[in-house]
Ligand binder design. Structure first.
Ligand SMILES: O=C(O)[C@H](O)[C@@H](O)[C@H](O)[C@H](O)COP(=O)(O)O
Length: 225
């Protein structure tokens, strides 16, 4: 699998460059389609990219934004990725974007997954996807050792799957590998030496052991120390 590795001298330079790249790709997609869809991760890395993106001039009213994965917690919970998006991305100029939900109030994700997936289906393939990666080589909520990982990696996986894994603090919902890998443009955001080493370590491994490998082909990786 081949991906491009973009190294930046510092995180600020990466954040500015990546936000501009994504903005340019959204503008390009908007020139070709009435509506476009971007999927982004939660976690601790993407916030500064969202802060730059939300100030970009583009027709956000024609952009659907969704998460690559969500922790199954209420949207006002401190660990909610939806909360992160509302606070850091769907504000400023990007407040006009439409959020496709990845959480609906119920105890366990299985009960509402089909409903969520049917709202996403018309938006596929994704125009742009931004992904993070853990030091364990997971991406989105495709965790090594997760209960539904094999099916979520398979070619005929459903759009969304629930995921429970030793590395995840709560039940997760995640876009599956075919959906993520099928995006027209894929960017992976990683900071620090540990994640750079993990990306190196993923080389040659099966996606079952290194789920990031399920989405790297044709992707652009962006790394800063
Ligand atoms: O819900 C999440 O946490 C993210 O969607 C997840 O896929 C994230 O991208 C990686 O876990 C890396 O997280 P960090 O950026 O916090 O290292």
């Amino acid at each position: 699998m081949s991906y491009s590795f973009n190294e930046y001298a510092d995180r600020e330079m990466l954040i500015i460059a990546l936000a501009n790249r994504i903005a340019g790709e959204l503008r390009g997609a908007l020139a070709r389609a009435e509506r476009v869809t971007m999927a982004v991760p939660g976690g601790t890395s993407p916030g500064p990219v969202f802060d730059d993106l939300n100030d970009v001039e583009l027709d956000w009213s024609r952009v659907d934004v969704m998460l690559t994965d969500e922790r199954w917690v209420p949207e006002d919970h401190e660990r909610s990725n939806t909360k992160l998006l509302r606070e850091r991305l769907l504000t400023g100029k990007a407040a006009e974007a439409r959020l496709l939900p990845m959480f609906l109030p119920c105890e366990e994700p299985e009960a509402r997954l089909d409903e969520l997936a049917e709202q996403i289906r018309p938006n596929l393939p994704l125009s742009v996807v931004l992904l993070g990666m853990g030091a364990d080589m997971h991406t989105a909520s495709l965790f090594p050792g997760a209960d539904n990982l094999d099916e979520a990696l398979s070619r005929n996986a459903p759009i969304l799957m629930p995921m429970r894994a030793p590395g995840a603090d709560e039940p997760r919902v995640t876009l599956t590998a075919p959906v993520l890998d099928g995006a027209l443009s894929k960017h992976v955001l990683i900071f620090g030496d540990e994640k750079r080493a993990a990306l190196e370590n993923a080389k040659g491994k099966s996606p079952k052991d290194a789920p990031i490998n399920a989405v790297l082909d044709g992707a652009e990786v962006h790394w800063a120390p």
